[in-house]
Design a protein around this ligand. Structure first.
Ligand SMILES: *Cc1c(COP(=O)(O)O)cnc(C)c1O
Length: 875
């Protein structure tokens, strides 16, 4: 039987009208009155063409004489969405009816990229839609270009979440991705006078055809206030939370298609709104403006994504965002569980919750609160459920990136959660004390609370204690976690630790972005690789085939030409498609060392200036990436790249042998033009700093060779493609630790390496800044005086390796063979492999296939079962 508080929440009908109270006959009548034809969502180009015309008319309210390209995009998007909904509804229905275990991915960021083309690929209707559109005299590419991508993430972490959603659906694993519907996503980047300028991303301005709001499923989230103890009717000690403020969470659902399967999962993003009752209350006392203010304050919660790659320490709004989406999501899960008729005690058997970094780690305390305070479970029972439900993925080794919250701030916003964290900590430390007799240091290191000056809550510790599994995202990263930041937890619970190396989806990162290479590969080895990327192995023998190599080269050149055309059109720069396309595209960060790349460019430049007849292979250096708005050094690195480009690109002595391009606004859309066009992928972070990287995988998959350090997944990529087919340089992570332990003095490298000295001196001299020596002074000083990321120590090794690259590129035939081998051996880096590992080792979930019911059948079975619910939960 439901507990009283459960009953209350079930009764809190958002709608006065409940379909479940209707008779089966009445439901059949309703269905009949809809008159939906089975052909409504047909996939032939004729049906599609008719549907597009209908949607233009009935949804956009336009006719061809006045319709804009954007109107056509919307009409096509709605047409495709209708096809998805058919599959989505069948998916939801199947999960409601069958007793399936569901993966809940909690992520504060998603970077899915444009939806339309991906859905065309996954549904297998690209050609039909193209034909339908062309029959109406339109061009599909220009329609696709209308879509504004949801930039709801900063970079790798958000993009990983999107790749995982794609793989989950493709592998038919029941899943929901929960997140935040930021009204403004990651800023758009413009370059003005060589500097980054941030423009707000108003991605929702023209509407979003992919989301369906579900206001009837709104959830209440409490903030602030105080707690008070009471004794329940069983005589048990209980706590009540009396909040200062309540905010409503409105779910917006986006269907996520799988590749050529019917499974269509849900990405459910929460938007904050002021609860209706707030307005009414204020209205009654006559404070209309006060009510409007409250509404604005509430809605600020999901207004903007923090544009920082690293956690923002101490920003209350950020903590509010995290708690808000986690609370909405967990309340939603509990409701789904109870609506399926399952007892609260079996929650962890039906759901597993993956924490994408510590951003949603407050979920551990929130689930405890819901189970203990609202569902009245005993602590120990609630704790067992919580620990078994959660799993935690760590994404960073940078100590400054480990998320902690000042205890005062935390306690004033979430007073009940602070108490719960104290209780979790006390019980945890009691357990630790038994294991490590008289070791106060150990207790202090493991505690969920950081003592000292001002106390802080350690979110990674909360995630570790509250989870049954902890994973890193590449082999080296997981090892370094076990030896470093999470060592004490590893000593305590070695069985909880696993490595799951990241992966990327070959649907978007190959089929969608590189149709030419997709076609060539498929012609040779069939198309099974699209869902079993290990089948790329079959390309190995073709690496020896001269005719195949020639075709491969032709494809690569055509793809490079596409990028060159794009850059010509947008930046007015002419590129040589036969030059080496040497590309570094990722967030700008000192540890990623874009400035090491610049030191190589300047070194080449100096060489040519000293010896104008020097035979060097022509190179085009392409950069892309955003800098966090408050990260001055990263912004200065962008200015350095563009300034060096200004000089080098126009120096007649260089004879166009070197070109430097900064492509503005690196987002998923732009990245899709970049990855396929690379000859050389720059993965040059300081060893031990990049957790995994996924850009490295996307470049390799598209036939670039990598120049890289032994960092993150580079190590595993190098093992997979074999050492001969990878340009390795630089110190290992162990070397770096030793170097620093011995007292690293970057000046020594500067003083003993003339080419390095010349490059740095040229920057310092104002040569690239119209004589302004002050401009790059902070960057030069940082390198000469501290160089925390050891650029100077790795400089010579990098230059030598780049010289080998230049040499190797002269032999196009061998280069192409190496590129083919890279692709043939990259199969492991599919996100499908990663998701299979999560399923087997952490989630314990199985695929559930979805059969499409035709409309008439659905009508019959729904009426028979009589199971609709006005709460209209996804399951
Ligand atoms: C893949 C991707 C990233 C991550 O790149 P790394 O090289 O792994 O840092 C960041 N941003 C976008 C848009 C991406 O597609």
């Amino acid at each position: 039987m439901n507990k009283p508080s459960e009953q209350r929440s079930l009764n809190r009908a958002q709608n006065s009208f409940r379909l479940s109270e209707l008779s089966p006959e009445h439901i059949t009548e309703i269905y009949d009155s809809f008159h939906i034809e089975d052909d409504r969502t047909g996939l032939s180009s004729e049906t599609l063409q008719r549907a597009i015309a209908d949607n233009l008319y009935y949804i956009q309210g336009k006719f061809p004489e006045i319709a804009t390209l954007y109107d056509y995009y919307m009409a096509v998007a709605y047409t495709v969405r209708d096809r998805l909904l058919h599959r989505w509804i069948n998916t939801v229905k199947t999960y409601r009816e069958q007793d399936v275990k569901v993966v809940c991915y909690l992520s504060a960021e998603y970077l899915p990229g444009p939806h339309l083309e991906n859905n065309l690929v996954n549904l297998g209707i690209y050609d039909q839609v193209q034909q339908a559109v062309e029959s109406s005299g339109l061009d599909l590419r220009s329609i696709l270009a209308q879509e504004e991508e949801p930039g709801l993430g900063n970079g790798g972490l958000g993009r990983l979440a999107a790749c995982y959603m794609d793989s989950l659906a493709t592998l038919e694993i029941p899943a929901i991705g929960y997140g935040i519907r930021y009204e403004y996503g990651i800023f758009d980047q413009e370059i003005r006078e060589g500097w980054q300028v941030e423009i707000t991303d108003k991605w929702l301005r023209l509407g979003n055809p992919w989301e369906i709001p579900r206001p009837e499923n709104a959830v209440e989230v409490k903030f602030g206030g105080y707690t008070e103890p009471y004794t329940d009717d069983q005589g048990d000690y209980r706590v009540r939370w009396i909040p200062h403020q309540v905010v409503n969470g409105i779910p917006y659902d986006t269907p996520i298609s799988g590749y050529r399967v019917n499974t269509t999962s849900t990405m459910r993003l929460w938007k904050a709104e002021a609860p209706e009752s707030f307005d009414f209350q204020a209205f009654n006392v006559g404070d209309y403006y006060g009510a409007v203010d409250a509404k604005i304050i509430s809605e600020n919660l999901t207004k903007v994504l923090y544009p920082n790659d690293e956690p923002i320490q101490g920003k209350q709004l950020r903590l509010e965002q995290q708690y808000f989406f986690v609370s909405c999501s967990l309340q939603n899960l509990l409701k789904i569980h109870l609506l399926r008729g399952d007892p609260i005690e079996t929650f962890h058997e039906k759901f597993v919750i993956q924490l994408n970094d510590t951003h949603p780690a407050i979920g551990v305390a929130e689930l405890m609160r819901l189970l203990v305070d609202e569902y009245l479970l005993h602590w120990q029972k609630a704790w067992d459920i919580t620990q078994q439900a959660f799993a935690y993925t760590n994404h960073t080794l940078l100590p400054e990136a480990l998320e902690t919250w000042p205890l005062n701030l935390f306690g004033s916003l979430l007073p009940r959660h602070l108490e719960i964290i104290y209780e979790i900590n006390q019980r945890f430390l009691d357990q630790v004390r038994l294991k490590y007799l008289g070791n106060p240091d150990k207790l202090a290191r493991l505690s969920l609370i950081e003592e000292g000056g001002s106390k802080r809550i350690r979110m990674a510790h909360l995630a570790c204690v509250g989870s049954h599994a902890i994973n890193g995202v590449a082999a080296l990263h997981t090892e370094l976690l076990k030896e470093g930041v999470l060592k004490d937890f590893y000593d305590l619970w070695p069985h909880k630790f696993t490595n799951i190396t990241n992966g990327v989806t070959p649907r978007r990162w190959m089929v969608l972005i590189n149709p030419r290479l997709t076609q060539l590969i498929t012609r040779e080895i069939g198309e099974t690789w699209i869902t079993q990327l290990e089948d790329f192995k079959r390309l190995e023998s073709l690496a020896e085939d001269p005719a195949f190599r020639q075709e491969w080269r032709r494809v690569k050149r055509a793809v490079k030409q596409d990028l060159a055309d794009y850059i010509q059109a947008h930046q007015g720069l002419t590129l040589n498609p036969d030059s080496i396309f040497d590309i570094q595209a990722k967030r700008i960060h000192e540890y990623k060392r874009q400035h090491l790349n610049v030191l190589h460019i300047i070194t080449l430049y100096n060489r040519i200036k000293h010896n104008p007849r020097l035979a060097v292979p022509p190179r085009t250096f392409i950069f892309g990436g955003k800098a966090a708005p408050g990260y001055q050094m990263a912004k200065l690195i962008i200015k350095l790249i563009t300034s060096v480009g200004e000089v080098v690109n126009h120096d007649p002595d260089i004879c166009d042998l070197i070109k430097v391009v900064f492509l503005p606004d690196f987002n998923v859309t732009n990245s899709q033009r970049i990855y396929p066009a690379a000859d050389l992928s720059e993965q040059i972070s300081t060893a031990g700093k990049e957790a995994s990287g996924t850009g490295n995988m996307k470049f390799s998959m598209n036939g670039a060779l990598t120049i890289g350090t032994l960092d993150g997944a580079n190590i595993e990529i190098r093992e997979a493609v074999e050492a001969d087919n990878f340009f390795l340089f630089g110190h290992t992570s162990e070397d770096i630790v030793d170097l620093k332990a011995q007292g690293y003095v970057p000046k020594t490298f500067y003083n003993t390496n003339p080419a390095l000295k010349e490059a740095i001196d040229l920057i310092a001299s104002g040569y690239f800044s119209h004589g302004n020596r002050a401009l790059f002074q902070p960057l030069v000083d940082q390198l000469l005086q501290a160089d925390p990321y050891c650029l100077l120590a790795d400089y010579q090794s990098y230059i030598d390796c780049q010289d080998q690259v230049g040499q190797a590129f002269q032999d196009q035939d061998t280069w192409t063979k190496t590129a083919i081998l890279n692709v043939a051996r990259i199969g492991r880096f599919s996100s499908d492999r990663a998701i299979r590992e999560y399923c087997r080792e952490i989630w314990w979930v199985n695929p559930v296939s979805i059969h499409l019911e035709e409309y008439q059948q659905a009508k019959a079975s729904l009426a028979g079962e009589h199971c609709l619910d006005a709460d209209a939960c996804p399951f």
